[in-house]
Design a protein around this ligand. Structure first.
Ligand SMILES: Nc1nc2c(c(=O)[nH]1)N[C@H]1C(S)=C(S)[C@@H](COP(=O)(O)OP(=O)(O)OC[C@H]3O[C@@H](n4cnc5c(=O)[nH]c(N)nc54)[C@H](O)[C@@H]3O)O[C@H]1N2
Ligand SMILES: Nc1nc2c(c(=O)[nH]1)N[C@H]1C(S)=C(S)[C@@H](COP(=O)(O)OP(=O)(O)OC[C@H]3O[C@@H](n4cnc5c(=O)[nH]c(N)nc54)[C@H](O)[C@@H]3O)O[C@H]1N2
Ligand SMILES: [Mo]
Length: 639
């Protein structure tokens, strides 16, 4: 067996440039690198896109989107939120008008029921999971809905091991059962929602026995979850990528939200909806406007008074239409209408579905600037590489977590070499392109944001310090709002209740990449506790836990293929082939395999995944590919 050591990346310590892509990089001064970057980007006005960093601060994301909108005149700005929770934001916005998770971590400790749906929080959100465990200790019951019996599921009272991509049948059957058992919260449905009758008709065919057939979960277990959720006094429904990373991710999210509307488990202390966001600041990146359809404060670009407010504040003209999202920017590269990219702290060469295609598109750009803390595979494709300080521990500012809590972060260690803060680099580039923004420090950026975003206005740095972080919305400098959103839905006066929350009328739509005789195994991909995303940031430390990449199979499948732990096999999908050693895991069932995205330099899992995107959110179906596994011929014995 070949020994696979995860690749380690060295921190970037000085700028790198090259005259053509065939040449190696050479070290450059900041002045030369910035002049080149400004020339290359400036020449691409009208065909420019920006990827902004979900790990860097709010202040950095605010300045980055301002660079795209003011300096480059475009709304083409996005981040890895697109590969991840964009369907949650789209689904929650459609239902409630705002895309944030509705409750706080504290409420998870004071609830009666926790449903972890398509979420392996024990591995991926270990801090949040501490709150879950406290909730369980306080008497909450927990259910896990996941094709794998994950480490999270091991803590649950009941594990519903559904087939990949059958969440809508499961949710609809739960909804139907709640209605038929007379457990719907009729009063809430009437006062706060719209479209109930259509929803009732939509879910009517989804009997427990039909759902059992489609999902593979026994009818009795589905019924039990339906009754437990509807009868609970307070309930938290948490979901993550098992729901969103599908070609119909937004529909999946709507199907879950429907259950909260049916039971009134939203808008009250202890009852809510929690999409656990991915990176430390992916919530903040979107809030700061580093997305193509929203200005800072999650304000709609299509709204003329909103645009006017920002045009006045920034002395500019804002394009009156949505920009391209990350997925659409990659498509525009193919069509050659997007010619230059400024990529800050993202590694799409390894994180995009069908990575071979993504790399080909990045290579074909006229100009690529990468600003990162490591020389990633994406950076290796660039014309100019700019070394940044890390948003964590090397930079002052704020970040916003999954419960919408804005918290201060501080520079505590000296950055390596000539690395500079993201904000300073962006501002220097802006200045070279004719926009002289003067920010004394991160707080000055934050105060500019406060002046244009009502939801953030009440959060001065001083108050953030005093309260150890504050959740948005916080429009008032003297008051704090409730920890949960949408309390208005419970108001007795219809005028205070505002807009009704519509049921999502969504249909089951199985994964695009069908399994068949040639590709008989369903591959789902995700995370392990010991590694982070494309491995750039977590590859550098030794861990007894980290065992590199494997294709994980259940014992029955391993036996069927005649393979043992550590044996290298060929894994192929309709898009590509990789070699990976086998791991045997009883968390899986026959016909289901699991791989991570953590070791792309050793095993490039995303050569296998399919770029089938959710038409509403642009998120790819990372969670469902069809593969085949082939045993390699025995090596020739040399005597
Ligand atoms: N240790 C660690 N933590 C991380 C990260 C990391 O790389 N490493 N990355 C961060 C990021 S960016 C994110 S977005 C989050 C992601 O956090 P999670 O979403 O919890 O992580 P995943 O492992 O990608 O997927 C979650 C689960 O979805 C299940 N699943 C697959 N298909 C389906 C399906 O069809 N239906 C259902 N119901 N479930 C399904 C998988 O079996 C898996 O257990 O984690 C964050 N935290
Ligand atoms: N097969 C498969 N693929 C997936 C997924 C999956 O579940 N399965 N999940 C998807 C998801 S949810 C996500 S979020 C994406 C993640 O995809 P990416 O965001 O492309 O991958 P990361 O490895 O998180 O890259 C983060 C980069 O940010 C840099 N960085 C960190 N901090 C800073 C900073 O302060 N400033 C700057 N300038 N740079 C910084 C790091 O060095 C690193 O290069 O992957 C997606 N791809
Ligand atoms: Mo993510």
């Amino acid at each position: 067996m070949r020994k696979r050591q995860p690749k380690t990346y060295a921190r970037l310590t000085h700028p790198l440039v090259r005259d053509s892509r065939d040449e190696p990089f050479r070290r450059a001064t900041w002045d030369e690198a910035l002049t080149r970057a400004a020339a290359g980007l400036g020449a691409a006005r009208g065909a420019f896109g920006m990827f902004s960093c979900a790990r860097a601060t709010n202040e950095m994301n605010y300045v980055a989107q301002k660079f795209a909108r003011v300096v480059m005149g475009t709304n083409n700005v996005d981040s890895c939120n697109r590969t991840c929770h964009a369907p949650s934001v789209a689904g929650l916005s459609a239902a409630f008008g705002s895309g944030g998770g509705t409750s706080s971590y504290e409420e998870v400790e004071h609830t009666d029921l926790i449903v972890m749906w398509g979420s392996n929080a024990r591995f991926a959100h270990p801090i949040f999971f501490q709150h879950v465990l406290r909730g369980i200790r306080n008497g909450a019951r927990m259910y896990a809905v996941d094709p794998r019996r994950t480490s999270t599921a091991e803590w649950a009272e009941s594990w519903l091991g559904l087939n990949v991509g059958t969440d809508i049948p499961m949710a609809h059957a739960i909804g139907r059962e709640i209605i038929h058992a007379g457990l719907a919260n009729r009063a809430f449905v009437e006062r706060a929602t719209s479209g109930f009758e259509e929803y009732r008709q939509l879910v009517e065919p989804w009997t427990l026995s039909l759902a059992e057939k489609v999902t593979g979960v026994p009818a009795a277990a589905i019924r039990e979850l339906a009754h437990a959720y509807a009868r609970a006094e307070r309930a938290q429904l948490c979901w993550t990528l098992g729901i969103t990373e599908h070609h119909n991710g937004t529909d999946n999210v709507r199907a879950l939200i429907n259950l909260s509307l049916l039971t009134g488990h939203v808008g009250r202390y202890g009852s809510g909806l929690q999409p656990l966001r991915g990176q430390n600041n992916v919530q903040g990146g979107g809030d700061m406007g580093a997305i193509p359809n929203r200005l800072p404060g999650f304000q709609d670009i299509l709204d003329p008074p909103t645009r006017l407010k920002f045009e006045t504040a920034w002395d500019t003209v804002i394009q009156p239409h949505y920009g391209l999202n990350l997925t659409e920017m990659f498509e525009a590269m193919e069509e050659r209408t997007l010619r230059a990219v400024y990529c800050i702290g993202e590694n799409p060469a390894q994180s995009e579905a069908d990575s071979e295609q993504a790399v080909r598109r990045l290579r074909a750009l006229d100009f690529l600037v990468v600003q990162d803390i490591f020389l990633t595979k994406t950076a290796q494709l660039a014309d100019v590489v700019l070394p940044a300080t890390a948003g964590w521990a090397e930079t002052d500012g704020t970040t916003t977590n999954s419960e919408r809590r804005v918290q201060r972060v501080r520079a505590a260690v000296t950055p390596p070499g000539e690395a500079r803060e993201d904000i300073d680099i962006i501002c220097d580039l802006a200045a070279r392109l004719g926009h002289d923004w003067k920010y004394a420090d991160a707080e000055a950026v934050w105060n500019e944001l406060r002046s244009v975003s009502r939801d953030h206005y009440g959060m001065t740095y001083e108050r953030l310090e005093e309260h150890q972080g504050i959740q948005w919305p916080c429009p008032d400098v003297a008051r704090l709002e409730p920890t949960y959103l949408h309390g208005r839905l419970w108001e007795s006066d219809p005028a205070d209740r505002g807009r009704l929350a519509p049921f999502g009328l969504v249909q089951h739509d199985p994964p695009v990449d069908l399994t068949d005789e040639e590709y008989p195994i369903r591959l789902t991909t995700g995370r392990r506790l010991d590694s982070y995303n494309t491995g750039v940031q977590s590859g550098g430390f030794a861990s007894p836990l980290r065992r590199g990449e494997y294709v994980e199979l259940c014992p029955e499948d391993a036996e069927r293929y005649g393979v043992v732990v550590g044996e290298e096999v060929r894994v192929s999908s309709r898009r590509g082939t990789v070699l990976a050693p086998v791991w045997i895991d009883t968390a899986l069932r026959p016909g289901l395999a699991f791989m991570t995205m953590h070791f792309p330099d050793e095993v490039d899992t995303n050569q296998l995944t399919i770029e089938a995107n959710c038409p509403i959110a642009g998120t790819a179906e990372f969670k469902a590919s069809a593969i085949r596994i082939e045993k390699l011929p025995a090596p020739i014995q040399v005597r």
